[in-house]
Every structure is written in structure tokens, then in C-alpha cells.
Ligand binder design. Structure first.
Ligand code: WTA
Length: 679
């Protein structure tokens, strides 16, 4: 297997590390209430029912016009779902719940400071806010259907309001994770061609009030350097009665939302009826080159897919209080904080701050107080809470019926703590494997029908047919103990429609590798290449091993090695840079940077600090390397390519593989001495 940048485990080593785990079953009480408890659902989604099986998901939505074609494969791999159908995503998430549930909580927002009051936004209130904001976007900003708008918003209810207001108008939103730097945001503004930026003056995180407005100014400057002018910056105020950022407003460009919104009080904007295949939003993610990819998600297929999977995999009922402890700035938040849960008319909890602030009991206090019954989070959070407060959950009187994990592989030990201690042995645990590109879950267990197995995500989700291929396209059989590249053999409604303005990159990255016939209009010839290594057990369950491409998954956040390396090269002294993933007990993987200096320069702490600062500035603090190693040279192939695999091996005290083909094999021992002695 070609794990260039992940830990270089050979297939044999993986087989040795591989230990089959036992199954766990959910309680009869859970099964009794589950949305999918009748095994006939598995038959309804069997391969011979494809693609019509997905009509079951589409029927969970309210359509203005029904589709005439379930799946159009005429332009592979640009699949189109529910063609001819029209709907509005905002209508589905808000308006259609008013009649029965007008004054039920849609969102409950928990600010980080515990003495600040929780804000409850009912469906009626959400309707009002979304309409007023949509009127403002249309009239004050002049936005119309098909335009793009960038958000750089933290975890505040204004974010889902802004998303839904855009969806109401058919405006394409592009939220950039609030923790990303202004520079990173500016690059995404330029790529998407947004002339409006929506941000916030400040937010609370880890006990601090963070000045966020300052990043907006950096973002606008960076966008301008890339040829995109931003003419309006809308700034929400974290504390509307007091101005909380030191960064001044730019006159004529910046405006506080609360200064202009009153003009639109009480306004109602008709939801625009959108074609099913119209883009709903862009979500940028890291890839193999420096430039992030704007993944384009559709209105009808995407919404149907996240609604269906929220219902059957997260087992969301309208009467649940559901909390996905993740950030809306990632795909998880788009699909499983906002669109999926609200489409089902449930109550979705949003938490502003750090899960361990002010202590490791915070999450459980929130769960107890709000009576949360479904909890969704990432292994990195679970590992952190287990380390800092292993006994905290028992102190609080909350009861989860269901819990989910997402974003990285979960170690079986950590899984057991999650199940026994957080879930109090009562909750069903669902491990969901998927990606920004895939819109929703790909591999998972149906909680009442398929037993859980720690460390494995499960089989393919309903209507998803995964397969493991070797480098040559041969199928790796289940139970063989061999690892390979996990692919999906078929299209599904949640799959992204393309990379914004980069159609060739879309085809090359995801479909070229295993395409059997590029002229074929048959989906069987176009497997989707996910970029993950995996092993499949005899029972059909998949265990995901991590990325096989130039992406490092740090605490569930995807970072491109090229992006990290480009950031380093903005430092004058640096000649070459290589980013590698290193195993970390808490965060899964962390980044270590290897850099070499221009001739004549001396290594020193100062240069290391400059490298870290450059990464903070270009990408954001989440990408900050654990170590910056200054080396005299990099291991290179004869054609001059840096061998990250070799460096990763050294950093992880693992086998570096064959180095005989390197142009400079002697450097390997030099680096090993330097690094391993210092660790
Ligand atoms: C990894 C997050 C193991 C995987 C939804 C994938 C996982 C990348 C799991 C996508 C899981 C996600 N088990 N690995 N349950 N879920 N991954 O785009 O490497 O931020 O390719 O989407 O995270 O990350 P992304």
C-alpha cells in the first residue's frame, strides 16, 4: 500500500497490529424506539434497488416539484440526483415545521462563559431571523441567486441563521472555520469570488474574548492580493450593547449587522424554488496541492442524504435534544448540526466554546441541564475528556440513548471508555466514517440492526457499496487482513458535485485512479477514490487506517502537506520544507515540520519560531507544528522529490522502508541521530 505520508506501516505490519474486537449490542430499550429497527430496510437499499432506493430519503423532504430522473449519469462523474425536482433547503429546515412546532426550540445556544444565559431560538424565531437577514442580504448587499458569500463565523446562532438565509435566496454560502487565519479566509474568498464577507467582532474561547474582526481585515487584504475585491463586510456583535473588538471598522465597507437589521424588521422573503442540482454551499478542504478545494454540494441530493442519514444513523426524532459537539465550520457541522437535524425538526444544541472549559465536566453539565439524549463528537475530544476527567461523567445526571463519533479512527480502548463511562453502558455508539466531499456518512452501523465493534466504523451505509482496491485495481477480499485503498463503487445523493471552478482536478483526484473506461456512462466504471487506507474484516466491517494522500488529519482537521510547506517557505531563511504526521496520544496525529536553510545560514530557535508564526498566519493555530526540525538536507529521490515517508518513519521511530534508491541515503542516519536524540 502506498502510504507515502502516513505512518509507513507495510501491509504485513498492519496484519500483525490487527486484532479482532468483539461485538456490542444496544439495549432493547434503544431498539424499541429506533427509527430503523425493521431489517427490511437493508433489503430496500440492496444493490438491485439502486438508485431508486434513495427516493426513500428524498421523500423525507418537501418538494415544490418532483423529479423526473432519480439519477442522471450522462456526464460521468458529474452525477446528478433528482433531476427536474425543485425545492428550497431553508423551507425544509424552517418553514415546514412551523405549523406543528412553531414554538419548539430549533437551536439552543450555550455560550462559553457559564454565567451567560443560554439562548433558545424557536422555529418561529428562527423563521423571523432568517427572513429578516435574507431581506438584508438581498437589499443591503444586493445578493442574488447563484452569488457566493463567505462567512468567517465562530460557533454562534448567527451562523446557522446566515446559512439558512442564503439557502432561502439560493445564494451559495462558504463558511470558513473561525479558527483559520485571516489569510486562509482571504484565499477562500478569492477562490469563490465572494464580494461579501460576514464575520463577528469577537467570540469566547478557552476563557478568552478573542478579537475576530482583526482577521476580517487580513482576509479582505489577502483576497485583494488575489484579485477579489470585497465591498461589504457585515459584522455581527458578540455583545450587541458593547463593542468588543479593538479593530476599527472601515467606513463604507464595514457595518454592524445590528445597526442595519432593524430596517428589515418583520420582513418576509419568499423561499426561492431551486433546482435539485443547484449548489447549496461550498466547503473548502485541503488536498494534495497548495490550493484548497471548494467542494460544491447540491441542494436536493445533499439535503436528502443528510436528512436520511440523520434519521437512520443518528436516530434523530423530532422530540430529541441532539447535541453535535463540533464546529459548524467543518462539514460535520453543516450536515449534522444544521441541515440534517433541522430538516427533521429536532432541537439542535450549539456550544460556543472549548469542551474542556472551564473543566472536564462542562460537556456533562450541559447534557444534564438541557436533557441532551443524542451526543455526537470526535475521537480527539473523547481522548481529551478521558484524560482530563475520566470520572466526570458519573457525577452528572444525564442519559444518552445514542452517541456518535466522527473524524478519525477511534482506538478500541477509547471507544470502550466512551461507551461505558460517557454512555453509561446505555447508549448505542455509532462510528461514522465519511468526508467533506461525501456530504454524509459512508461507513457506519445502523444502531438497532448492526452490532457495534470498537475501532471499526462498520459496513457501507445504506445504499453505499464500498470496496478495497490494491494499487493495481485488484479487489482486496474481506477477511484477507490486507490493507488497501477504500473506494465507493457507486454514486450517492450526498456526493459533492465538483470542485469550484476546477473540474479536471475533481475528476483527477477522485475518479481517475480506478476509472475503468473514461468514455463509459455506466457508474460501475467510475469508483470514487476516498484517499483513505482501510482493512475489511470477514464480517464486512471496515477499519479505517488514515489518509494515503498528502493530507494529515490532526485532531480530525484535514491539513494539506503542501499548504503547510508553502507557509514555511514564506520565511526568508527557509530553502526547503516537509510536513509529516506523527502519532500523538491525544490528537491522533500532529504535524512535525522539517526545514532546511538557505546556504550560509545558521540554525537557531529564532528560525523555528518564525516557521511556527508563518503557519499561524497562513493557516491558523490548529496547524501549528509540534516541532520544527532544522536539518542540513532532506532525503530525496534521484529526481529530487523529498521523501516524506522516510522522514515520517524517523519522526515516529518506525521503519523508514527502503532507502537504497535515494540520491543521498547517508542523510537518513544524520537526521535520525539529530531527531531521535532530541526527542
Ligand atoms: C477521516 C470529516 C476513521 C478520514 C467528516 C477521512 C475517519 C477524513 C472517520 C475526512 C472515522 C473521518 N474513522 N477516520 N469514523 N471519519 N475520518 O473531510 O481519513 O474533515 O478521509 O470530514 O477524516 O475528513 P473531513
Amino acid at each position: 500500500m502506498n502510504i507515502e505520508n502516513e505512518i509507513p506501516l507495510s501491509e504485513a505490519q498492519i496484519a500483525v497490529h490487527w486484532r479482532e474486537e468483539g461485538y456490542f449490542s444496544p439495549s432493547p430499550k434503544f431498539i424499541g424506539q429506533a427509527n430503523a429497527s425493521d431489517p427490511s430496510i437493508l433489503e430496500r437499499f440492496a444493490e438491485d434497488r439502486f438508485p431508486e432506493c434513495f427516493v426513500e430519503y428524498a421523500e423525507l423532504l418537501s418538494w415544490d416539484t418532483y423529479w423526473n430522473t432519480v439519477l442522471d449519469t450522462s456526464d460521468p462523474p458529474f452525477w446528478k440526483w433528482f433531476v427536474g425536482g425543485r425545492l428550497n433547503a431553508c423551507y425544509n429546515c424552517v418553514d415546514r415545521h412551523l405549523q406543528a412546532d412553531r414554538n419548539k426550540a430549533a437551536l439552543i445556544w450555550v455560550p462559553e462563559p457559564e454565567d451567560e444565559p443560554t439562548r433558545v431560538v424557536t422555529y418561529q424565531e428562527l423563521y423571523r431571523q432568517v427572513n429578516e437577514f435574507a431581506a438584508l442580504l438581498r437589499e443591503y448587499c444586493g445578493l442574488k441567486t447563484g452569488d457566493r458569500v463567505t462567512f468567517h463565523l465562530p460557533m454562534v446562532p448567527e451562523l446557522p441563521v446566515a446559512m439558512l438565509a442564503c439557502a432561502r435566496l439560493g445564494v451559495i454560502h462558504s463558511e470558513v472555520f473561525g479558527g483559520f487565519s485571516g489569510t486562509a479566509c482571504g484565499g477562500r474568498i478569492a477562490d469563490s469570488g465572494s464580494r461579501v464577507l460576514i464575520t463577528m467582532d469577537a467570540y469566547q474561547r478557552g476563557g478568552q474574548l478573542i478579537d475576530h474582526k482583526v482577521k476580517a481585515d487580513e482576509a479582505v487584504a489577502e483576497a485583494a492580493r488575489n484579485g477579489q475585491e470585497v465591498d461589504k463586510v457585515l459584522v455581527f456583535r458578540r455583545y450587541p450593547d458593547k463593542y468588543s473588538s479593538d479593530t476599527p471598522m472601515v467606513s463604507g465597507r464595514d457595518v454592524f449587522v445590528d445597526d442595519v437589521l432593524p430596517e428589515y424588521r418583520g420582513r418576509v422573503v419568499e423561499p426561492v424554488s431551486m433546482p435539485a442540482e443547484a449548489p447549496l454551499f461550498l466547503m473548502y478542504t485541503s488536498g494534495t496541492t497548495g490550493r484548497p478545494k471548494g467542494c460544491e454540494h447540491s441542494t436536493g441530493g445533499y439535503l436528502a442524504y443528510v436528512t436520511g442519514t440523520s434519521k437512520y444513523y443518528q436516530d434523530i426524532h423530532p422530540e430529541d435534544t441532539y447535541w453535535c459537539c463540533a464546529d459548524i465550520g467543518w462539514i460535520t457541522g453543516h450536515s449534522y448540526i444544521v441541515y440534517g437535524p433541522l430538516s427533521l425538526g429536532t432541537t439542535s444544541v450549539l456550544y460556543e466554546g472549548a469542551p474542556t472549559y472551564p473543566d472536564a465536566g462542562r460537556c456533562w453539565r450541559i447534557a444534564e441541564r438541557l436533557h441532551v439524549d443524542i451526543f455526537h463528537t470526535a475521537p480527539t475530544t473523547i481522548r481529551m475528556l478521558r484524560k482530563l476527567g475520566p470520572d466526570e461523567p458519573a457525577k452528572y445526571d444525564y442519559h444518552f440513548k445514542h452517541m456518535t463519533t466522527v473524524g478519525e479512527p477511534i482506538e478500541p480502548e477509547v471507544w470502550r471508555w466512551y461507551h461505558q463511562v460517557v454512555g453509561k453502558g446505555e447508549a448505542a455508539v455509532v462510528d461514522t466514517w465519511w468526508q467533506t466531499e461525501t456530504g454524509g456518512f459512508l461507513g457506519s452501523t445502523l444502531p438497532a440492526l448492526q452490532p457495534m465493534k470498537p475501532g471499526s466504523c462498520g459496513p457501507g451505509a445504506l445504499g453505499i457499496y464500498p470496496v478495497i482496491y490494491d494499487e493495481d485495481g485488484g479487489t482486496v477480499e474481506p477477511g484477507s487482513g490486507r490493507a488497501g485503498n477504500i473506494c465507493i463503487r457507486n454514486p450517492w445523493p450526498g456526493v459533492f458535485q465538483g470542485i469550484w471552478h476546477q473540474p479536471e482536478r475533481f475528476v483527477d483526484t477522485y475518479y481517475r485512479k480506478y476509472c475503468r473506461d473514461k468514455d463509459s456512462k455506466d457508474w460501475h466504471d467510475w469508483p470514487y477514490f476516498a484517499g483513505d487506507g482501510a482493512v475489511q474484516a470477514e464480517d464486512g466491517y471496515f477499519r479505517i487506517l488514515g489518509r494515503v494522500d498528502d493530507v494529515i488529519n490532526v485532531a480530525g482537521h484535514r491539513l494539506g502537506t503542501k499548504e503547510l510547506e508553502s507557509a514555511c517557505l514564506t520565511v526568508d531563511e527557509i530553502a526547503e520544507a516537509a510536513a509529516v504526521p506523527v502519532v500523538d496520544e491525544d490528537r491522533g496525529r500532529v504535524v512535525e515540520m522539517y526545514v532546511s536553510l538557505k546556504p550560509g545560514l545558521r540554525p537557531g530557535k529564532e528560525v523555528e519560531d518564525k516557521v511556527s508564526a508563518a503557519i499561524d498566519r497562513e493557516i491558523g493555530k490548529i496547524a501549528r507544528p509540534r516541532h520544527v526540525w532544522i536539518v542540513s538536507d532532506m532525503p530525496k529521490t534521484r529526481s529530487g522529490k523529498i521523501m516524506r515517508r522516510v522522514i515520517a518513519g524517523i519522526s515516529n521511530f518506525a521503519d523508514v522502508g527502503d532507502v537504497s534508491t535515494l540520491a543521498n541515503p547517508e542523510i537518513v542516519d544524520d537526521i535520525r541521530h539529530h531527531v531521535q536524540r532530541a526527542k
